[in-house]
Design a protein around this ligand. Structure first.
Ligand SMILES: [Zn+2]
Length: 255
Protein backbone atom coordinates (compact mmCIF):
# COMPACT_ATOMS: atom_id res chain seq x y z
CA UNK A 1 0.00 0.00 0.00
CA UNK A 2 1.05 3.58 -0.63
CA UNK A 3 1.14 5.42 2.71
CA UNK A 4 0.34 8.75 1.02
CA UNK A 5 -2.96 7.38 -0.30
CA UNK A 6 -3.73 5.85 3.12
CA UNK A 7 -3.06 9.22 4.75
CA UNK A 8 -5.25 11.04 2.21
CA UNK A 9 -8.23 8.71 2.71
CA UNK A 10 -7.95 8.87 6.52
CA UNK A 11 -7.57 12.68 6.42
CA UNK A 12 -10.76 13.04 4.34
CA UNK A 13 -12.57 10.60 6.66
CA UNK A 14 -11.60 12.72 9.71
CA UNK A 15 -12.74 15.89 7.92
CA UNK A 16 -16.14 14.26 7.20
CA UNK A 17 -16.54 13.87 10.99
CA UNK A 18 -15.18 17.38 11.76
CA UNK A 19 -17.57 18.96 9.25
CA UNK A 20 -20.49 17.09 10.86
CA UNK A 21 -21.26 14.98 7.78
CA UNK A 22 -21.22 11.66 9.68
CA UNK A 23 -21.76 10.25 13.16
CA UNK A 24 -19.47 7.56 14.62
CA UNK A 25 -18.89 4.74 12.09
CA UNK A 26 -21.13 6.21 9.36
CA UNK A 27 -19.98 6.92 5.84
CA UNK A 28 -17.04 5.78 3.75
CA UNK A 29 -14.30 7.38 1.69
CA UNK A 30 -12.22 6.04 -1.21
CA UNK A 31 -9.75 7.02 -3.89
CA UNK A 32 -8.69 5.32 -7.11
CA UNK A 33 -4.98 4.61 -7.65
CA UNK A 34 -3.15 2.54 -10.28
CA UNK A 35 -2.85 -0.43 -7.90
CA UNK A 36 -6.55 -0.42 -6.90
CA UNK A 37 -9.06 1.35 -4.66
CA UNK A 38 -8.03 2.70 -1.25
CA UNK A 39 -11.11 2.68 0.97
CA UNK A 40 -11.96 3.07 4.64
CA UNK A 41 -12.24 -0.26 6.44
CA UNK A 42 -15.45 -1.46 8.02
CA UNK A 43 -16.15 -0.03 11.50
CA UNK A 44 -13.85 2.99 11.12
CA UNK A 45 -14.60 5.76 13.60
CA UNK A 46 -14.30 8.65 11.15
CA UNK A 47 -13.32 11.23 13.79
CA UNK A 48 -10.22 9.16 14.68
CA UNK A 49 -9.40 7.55 11.32
CA UNK A 50 -5.72 6.71 10.78
CA UNK A 51 -3.85 5.21 7.79
CA UNK A 52 -4.33 1.81 9.46
CA UNK A 53 -8.09 2.21 8.92
CA UNK A 54 -7.59 2.18 5.14
CA UNK A 55 -7.39 -0.93 2.98
CA UNK A 56 -6.63 -1.63 -0.66
CA UNK A 57 -9.09 -3.59 -2.80
CA UNK A 58 -9.12 -4.54 -6.48
CA UNK A 59 -11.72 -3.10 -8.85
CA UNK A 60 -13.56 -6.45 -8.63
CA UNK A 61 -13.69 -6.26 -4.83
CA UNK A 62 -10.83 -8.52 -3.62
CA UNK A 63 -9.03 -7.40 -0.47
CA UNK A 64 -5.41 -6.88 -1.57
CA UNK A 65 -4.03 -5.37 1.65
CA UNK A 66 -5.39 -4.12 4.94
CA UNK A 67 -5.87 -5.02 8.59
CA UNK A 68 -9.68 -5.22 8.38
CA UNK A 69 -12.21 -5.86 5.59
CA UNK A 70 -13.25 -2.94 3.35
CA UNK A 71 -16.32 -0.84 4.10
CA UNK A 72 -19.59 -2.67 3.62
CA UNK A 73 -20.50 0.00 1.04
CA UNK A 74 -17.53 -0.93 -1.18
CA UNK A 75 -19.97 -2.42 -3.75
CA UNK A 76 -21.33 1.10 -4.33
CA UNK A 77 -17.83 2.61 -4.68
CA UNK A 78 -16.67 -0.12 -7.08
CA UNK A 79 -19.76 0.24 -9.23
CA UNK A 80 -19.23 4.02 -9.52
CA UNK A 81 -15.51 3.63 -10.39
CA UNK A 82 -16.33 1.01 -13.02
CA UNK A 83 -19.05 3.16 -14.59
CA UNK A 84 -17.12 6.45 -14.47
CA UNK A 85 -13.46 6.40 -15.54
CA UNK A 86 -13.26 10.16 -14.82
CA UNK A 87 -13.96 9.61 -11.10
CA UNK A 88 -10.90 9.29 -8.85
CA UNK A 89 -12.46 9.92 -5.44
CA UNK A 90 -15.76 9.16 -3.70
CA UNK A 91 -17.21 10.40 -0.40
CA UNK A 92 -20.37 8.85 1.04
CA UNK A 93 -21.80 10.61 4.10
CA UNK A 94 -25.05 11.49 5.91
CA UNK A 95 -24.92 15.33 6.18
CA UNK A 96 -28.08 16.42 8.07
CA UNK A 97 -29.51 19.04 5.68
CA UNK A 98 -28.69 17.13 2.50
CA UNK A 99 -29.99 13.92 4.05
CA UNK A 100 -33.19 15.77 5.06
CA UNK A 101 -33.88 16.18 1.32
CA UNK A 102 -33.19 12.45 0.83
CA UNK A 103 -35.63 11.64 3.64
CA UNK A 104 -38.29 14.02 2.29
CA UNK A 105 -37.64 12.28 -1.06
CA UNK A 106 -36.86 15.56 -2.81
CA UNK A 107 -34.04 15.78 -5.33
CA UNK A 108 -31.72 18.80 -5.14
CA UNK A 109 -32.31 19.52 -8.81
CA UNK A 110 -33.49 23.11 -9.00
CA UNK A 111 -31.11 25.64 -10.56
CA UNK A 112 -30.61 27.94 -7.58
CA UNK A 113 -26.94 28.64 -6.73
CA UNK A 114 -24.53 29.54 -9.58
CA UNK A 115 -21.55 27.85 -7.85
CA UNK A 116 -23.50 24.65 -7.23
CA UNK A 117 -24.79 24.62 -10.82
CA UNK A 118 -21.25 24.91 -12.22
CA UNK A 119 -19.40 22.70 -9.77
CA UNK A 120 -21.92 19.93 -9.09
CA UNK A 121 -24.96 20.24 -11.36
CA UNK A 122 -28.39 18.77 -10.61
CA UNK A 123 -28.43 16.21 -7.78
CA UNK A 124 -30.96 13.44 -8.45
CA UNK A 125 -32.66 11.20 -5.88
CA UNK A 126 -32.09 7.45 -6.19
CA UNK A 127 -34.81 5.02 -5.09
CA UNK A 128 -34.49 3.57 -1.60
CA UNK A 129 -32.02 0.67 -1.49
CA UNK A 130 -30.95 -1.46 1.47
CA UNK A 131 -27.47 -0.24 2.49
CA UNK A 132 -24.52 -2.55 1.74
CA UNK A 133 -26.46 -4.65 -0.81
CA UNK A 134 -26.31 -4.68 -4.60
CA UNK A 135 -29.63 -2.80 -4.53
CA UNK A 136 -27.54 0.35 -3.98
CA UNK A 137 -25.56 0.21 -7.26
CA UNK A 138 -28.79 -0.67 -9.11
CA UNK A 139 -30.54 2.38 -7.64
CA UNK A 140 -27.71 4.62 -8.92
CA UNK A 141 -27.75 3.23 -12.48
CA UNK A 142 -30.20 5.79 -13.98
CA UNK A 143 -27.92 8.70 -12.98
CA UNK A 144 -24.40 7.33 -12.92
CA UNK A 145 -23.30 8.58 -16.34
CA UNK A 146 -23.89 12.26 -15.63
CA UNK A 147 -24.38 12.99 -11.91
CA UNK A 148 -21.60 14.29 -9.66
CA UNK A 149 -23.69 13.66 -6.55
CA UNK A 150 -26.69 11.40 -5.91
CA UNK A 151 -29.09 11.44 -2.95
CA UNK A 152 -29.81 8.01 -1.47
CA UNK A 153 -33.44 7.92 -0.28
CA UNK A 154 -33.76 7.68 3.53
CA UNK A 155 -30.00 7.30 3.81
CA UNK A 156 -27.56 10.04 2.71
CA UNK A 157 -25.56 11.16 -0.31
CA UNK A 158 -22.72 9.88 -2.45
CA UNK A 159 -20.48 12.49 -4.08
CA UNK A 160 -17.95 11.90 -6.87
CA UNK A 161 -14.83 13.88 -7.74
CA UNK A 162 -11.79 14.07 -9.99
CA UNK A 163 -9.96 13.41 -6.71
CA UNK A 164 -11.15 12.62 -3.19
CA UNK A 165 -10.75 16.21 -1.94
CA UNK A 166 -13.00 17.44 -4.74
CA UNK A 167 -15.61 14.88 -3.60
CA UNK A 168 -15.24 16.17 -0.01
CA UNK A 169 -15.56 19.86 -0.94
CA UNK A 170 -18.51 19.15 -3.22
CA UNK A 171 -20.18 17.47 -0.23
CA UNK A 172 -19.47 20.57 1.85
CA UNK A 173 -20.89 22.86 -0.85
CA UNK A 174 -23.99 20.71 -1.22
CA UNK A 175 -24.66 20.63 2.52
CA UNK A 176 -24.30 24.42 2.69
CA UNK A 177 -26.74 24.79 -0.24
CA UNK A 178 -29.23 22.36 1.33
CA UNK A 179 -29.23 24.37 4.60
CA UNK A 180 -29.81 27.63 2.73
CA UNK A 181 -32.69 26.11 0.72
CA UNK A 182 -34.37 25.03 3.96
CA UNK A 183 -33.98 28.59 5.34
CA UNK A 184 -35.34 30.07 2.08
CA UNK A 185 -38.33 27.76 2.25
CA UNK A 186 -39.23 29.20 5.66
CA UNK A 187 -39.06 32.73 4.19
CA UNK A 188 -41.69 32.08 1.58
CA UNK A 189 -40.06 29.88 -0.99
CA UNK A 190 -37.19 29.26 -3.37
CA UNK A 191 -36.87 31.26 -6.59
CA UNK A 192 -34.75 29.29 -9.08
CA UNK A 193 -32.74 30.88 -11.88
CA UNK A 194 -34.29 30.89 -15.33
CA UNK A 195 -33.00 28.68 -18.14
CA UNK A 196 -31.65 31.78 -19.87
CA UNK A 197 -29.67 32.74 -16.74
CA UNK A 198 -28.23 29.22 -16.46
CA UNK A 199 -27.33 29.12 -20.18
CA UNK A 200 -25.51 32.43 -19.80
CA UNK A 201 -23.72 31.16 -16.67
CA UNK A 202 -22.30 28.21 -18.62
CA UNK A 203 -21.44 30.48 -21.54
CA UNK A 204 -19.35 32.71 -19.30
CA UNK A 205 -17.70 29.76 -17.49
CA UNK A 206 -16.81 27.41 -20.32
CA UNK A 207 -14.30 25.52 -18.14
CA UNK A 208 -17.20 23.76 -16.38
CA UNK A 209 -18.82 20.74 -17.96
CA UNK A 210 -22.60 20.81 -18.25
CA UNK A 211 -24.11 17.68 -16.73
CA UNK A 212 -27.72 16.55 -16.41
CA UNK A 213 -30.89 18.61 -16.63
CA UNK A 214 -32.42 20.80 -13.94
CA UNK A 215 -35.95 19.73 -13.03
CA UNK A 216 -37.60 23.08 -13.61
CA UNK A 217 -36.41 23.14 -17.24
CA UNK A 218 -37.63 19.67 -18.17
CA UNK A 219 -41.35 20.02 -18.65
CA UNK A 220 -41.62 23.74 -19.11
CA UNK A 221 -43.24 24.77 -22.34
CA UNK A 222 -41.95 27.91 -23.96
CA UNK A 223 -43.94 31.09 -24.16
CA UNK A 224 -44.86 32.42 -27.60
CA UNK A 225 -41.90 34.80 -27.37
CA UNK A 226 -39.74 31.65 -26.78
CA UNK A 227 -38.50 32.50 -23.31
CA UNK A 228 -38.29 29.59 -20.89
CA UNK A 229 -41.46 30.48 -19.01
CA UNK A 230 -44.92 29.23 -19.84
CA UNK A 231 -46.12 32.82 -20.06
CA UNK A 232 -43.42 35.39 -19.53
CA UNK A 233 -44.04 38.70 -17.81
CA UNK A 234 -43.65 40.78 -20.96
CA UNK A 235 -46.16 38.66 -22.94
CA UNK A 236 -48.47 38.55 -19.94
CA UNK A 237 -48.51 42.36 -19.68
CA UNK A 238 -48.81 42.66 -23.45
CA UNK A 239 -51.80 40.28 -23.52
CA UNK A 240 -53.41 42.31 -20.71
CA UNK A 241 -52.91 45.47 -22.77
CA UNK A 242 -54.35 43.75 -25.89
CA UNK A 243 -57.38 42.65 -23.88
CA UNK A 244 -57.97 46.18 -22.55
CA UNK A 245 -57.49 47.62 -26.05
CA UNK A 246 -59.93 45.12 -27.62
CA UNK A 247 -62.53 45.70 -24.89
CA UNK A 248 -62.20 49.47 -25.25
CA UNK A 249 -62.68 49.15 -29.04
CA UNK A 250 -65.84 47.02 -28.55
CA UNK A 251 -67.29 49.55 -26.11
CA UNK A 252 -66.47 52.45 -28.44
CA UNK A 253 -68.21 50.64 -31.36
CA UNK A 254 -71.39 50.33 -29.30
CA UNK A 255 -71.49 54.05 -28.55
ZN1 LIG B 1 -24.44 5.41 4.59
Amino acid sequence: MNIKHQETVSDVARKCAQFGFVASYDGNVSLRAEEGIYITATRTLKAHATPDDVCLISLDGKLLEGKRPASTESLMHLYLYQARPDVKGIVHTHPPATTAFAVARKALDLAVFPEVILDIGPVPLADYATPSTDEVPRSLAPFVQWANAILLANHGVVVLGGDVYEALYRTEKLEHAAKTLIYAQTLGGIVPLTKHEVDYLYETHKEFERRGMFADFQEKETCKCETEKLVCKTCDEKSDLDFIKQTAEKILKRL
